[in-house]
Design a protein around this ligand. Structure first.
Ligand code: NAD
Ligand code: IPM
Ligand code: MN
Length: 351
């Protein structure tokens, strides 16, 4: 079994280091192959996603990804910016289904930005489409009729793109509370009208799953009013990006939310995928030992479960994380003072 480890920029290497320690401690006989990505790869090799890195990723059973993003690179041409590495991997490897689970951890209810009794009910999975939408449409700058410079980004979804992500959401719901809330902006956008039409059609194949449709502005409101309402949230690339960061603060911190990005490709042991925390490179705290590594450790657990068929090992990691949090091992983002490596140590101890 081979994992490609792509630590990236900022806190990416710090949080990845802790997740790798956890995987190594389980002694599963996994081969780790490290490769540069993001701003670090641009600085060393002139490209955020070097061909060699893509090759390492393609030759693996799964990818463990830290984060990319470097303020030094924000003025580069867009195709050379660090963020293109993650967008490029998702697209090149057809990782179209991004699962972002959000559930409250026992004992952390008071760390939520919401009232504890509201936070206590959170248990959802955001199923975010990852290969389409305004992210991958035609974009550019042009001069308009008034002679002004304007920027544009085309938003679109095709029927088959919506169908395949909708099936993922319904199947995910079948393993949970059997409710899907599809989030769109069909009252304004044709992209969303197509989205809604297709989701309604796909839903007919899942009579055992309840489907509702919600506009994204209302969904943002309901997410803080009554997050316990949601089981599976099915949404597009842009809305899913935004709602998942919001959901993280309902849980307590962006440092707690893991993700799996999956496609249709099967490996010997499961589904090929890329696993990463939902947060970015956090340049404001990078290099200070303040980053919360739990989201990345939990991403490693998802990797073992979905790509390597090692569900018992994944369960053990998740239990160790929950136990460490319940024991009050908290980094600064959660109001504590545990440092990144101390949190890794605490998880290892409980393993
Ligand atoms: P961010 O998620 O990096 O940080 C937002 C805030 O949350 C910051 O205050 C940061 O300190 C805090 N934070 C994030 N992760 C944390 C953790 N593990 N522990 C403690 N605190 C944490 O978002 P941003 O500041 O908007 O973006 C910074 C860079 O990261 C940008 O270049 C952006 O493009 C990139 N980014 C990359 C990814 C990715 O690699 N998948 C995701 C999001 C943002
Ligand atoms: C995420 C990030 C990325 C996204 C950026 C860095 C391209 O915000 O993984 O949530 O928008 O998908
Ligand atoms: Mn994001």
């Amino acid at each position: 079994m081979k994992i490609a480890v792509l630590p990236g920029d900022g806190i990416g290497p710090e949080v990845t280091h802790e997740a790798v320690r956890v995987i190594a401690a389980l002694d599963l006989g996994i081969d780790l192959q490290w490769a540069p990505v993001g701003g670090a790869a641009y600085k060393a090799h002139g490209h955020p996603l070097p061909a060699d890195t893509l090759a390492v990723a393609q030759a693996s059973d799964a990818i463990l990804f830290g984060a990319v993003g470097d303020p030094d690179c924000d003025a580069l041409d867009r195709h050379l910016r660090p963020e293109q590495a993650i967008l490029g991997l998702r697209k090149a490897l057809t990782l179209f289904a991004n699962l972002r689970p959000a559930q409250v951890f026992a004992g952390l209810e008071a760390r939520s930005a919401l009232r504890p009794e509201i936070a206590a009910l959170i248990d959802m999975v955001i199923v975010r489409e990852l290969n389409g939408d305004v992210y991958f449409g035609e974009k550019g700058f042009r001069t308009n009729a008034a002679g002004e410079r304007e920027g544009y980004d085309v938003m679109s979804y095709s029927t088959s793109e919506v169908e395949r992500i909708a099936h993922v959401a319904f199947r995910t719901a079948q393993g949970r509370k059997r409710r899907v809330c599809s989030v769109d902006k069909a009252n304004v956008l044709e992209t969303s009208q197509l989205w809604r039409d297709v989701v309604i059609e796909v839903a007919r194949a899942y009579p055992d799953v309840a489907i509702e449709h919600m506009y994204v502005d209302n969904a943002a409101m309901q997410l803080v009013k009554n997050p316990g309402h949601f089981d599976v949230v099915l949404t597009g690339n842009l809305f899913g990006d935004i709602l998942s960061d919001q959901a993280s603060m309902c849980v307590g911190s962006i440092g707690l939310l893991a993700s799996a990005s999956l496609g249709a490709h099967q490996t010997a042991h499961g589904t090929f995928g890329l696993y990463e925390p939902i947060h970015g490179s956090a340049p404001d705290i990078a290099g200070q030992g303040l980053a919360n590594p739990m989201a990345t450790i939990l991403s490693a657990a998802m990797l073992l479960r979905h790509s390597l068929g090692l569900a018992p090992a994944a369960d053990r990691i998740e239990a160790a994380v929950a136990a460490a949090l319940a024991d009050g091992v908290l980094s600064r983002d959660l109001g504590g003072n545990a440092r990144t490596t101390e949190i890794g140590d605490a998880v290892l101890t409980r393993l």
